[in-house]
Design a protein around this ligand. Structure first.
Ligand code: PGA
Length: 242
């Protein structure tokens, strides 16, 4: 596992965007796995700035997002589809048909999960997956206790995750109770993983990832078994890590 330390959130975002953009220049038709949440926002904004200045082309890139809430319409401001459009897709030259996010309003969620798993496989797998980490060690919406063998599936969100995400909603009651997420084995099949960590509140989770046992109670610990993981984090998230 490689660790790159940035002085602050802005520098972390610059480094992460540079990392991704370099990969796109190298493999213009890459399959890029994307994440939502606060952490990658600065990275996406740097990618947009680069697109405006340097015209890095996304015409042949396909994106595959990690997860989506169950029950939110795609035009709901808190759906991850909406988040991605607002914060990245609407500002770069990517065709809507090249962007993939699980459909949280599918009439048959189990079928949708299988279809998403098949889609990833049929696209040739994910070349580079961007990840964040939850305070409880979740990756995607794979909460503690999720099998390392899991594929794309429906999850019941941990109460701590609903509380953490309530900041985006008017109240905790509005936060969906379920989501669709790529499974842990799905994520691990990515050829390369880029984990972004920022803020002091993530420090414990990063320490546990690096020093704790590999255990399904801390989903991110599985990343220790992957051959190609890079962490880019700011000083606060990486404090005390050598
Ligand atoms: P955050 O979420 O980027 O909003 O901190 C990350 C996660 O929970 O996976």
């Amino acid at each position: 596992m490689r660790i790159i330390e940035a002085n602050n959130y802005q520098e972390m975002s610059n480094l992460a965007a540079e990392y991704i953009i370099k990969k796109i220049h190298h493999t213009p038709q890459m399959n890029l796995g994307l994440a939502t949440g606060s952490t990658p926002l600065g990275t996406y904004s740097e990618m947009i700035e680069d697109y405006e200045k340097n015209r890095t082309s996304y015409a042949h890139v396909r994106t595959i997002n990690l997860d989506e809430y169950v029950g939110l319409e795609t035009n709901h401001p808190n759906s991850y589809k909406y988040f991605m459009k607002e914060n990245l897709f609407d500002h770069i030259n990517i065709a809507e048909g090249h962007t993939h996010i699980p459909n949280g309003t599918a009439s048959n969620i189990e079928k949708e999960c299988q279809a998403y798993e098949d889609l990833i496989k049929n696209q040739g797998g994910i070349d580079l997956q961007i990840l964040g980490i939850g305070n409880n060690g979740h990756i995607g919406f794979n909460e503690p206790g999720t099998s390392f063998e899991s594929k794309t599936h429906k999850v019941k969100l941990a109460e701590s995750t609903r509380i953490a995400n309530a900041r985006f909603f008017n109240s905790i009651q509005e936060v969906p109770t379920h989501a669709i997420t790529m499974g842990i084995s799905t994520i691990l099949k990515s050829k390369e993983i880029l984990l972004l960590v920022s803020r002091e509140e993530k420090n414990e989770a990063v320490k546990q990832l690096l020093n704790g046992p590999k255990n399904e109670n801390f989903p991110a610990s599985v990343l220790n078994t992957h051959q190609n993981v890079t962490i880019i984090g700011d000083k606060k998230a990486l404090a005390g890590i050598t």
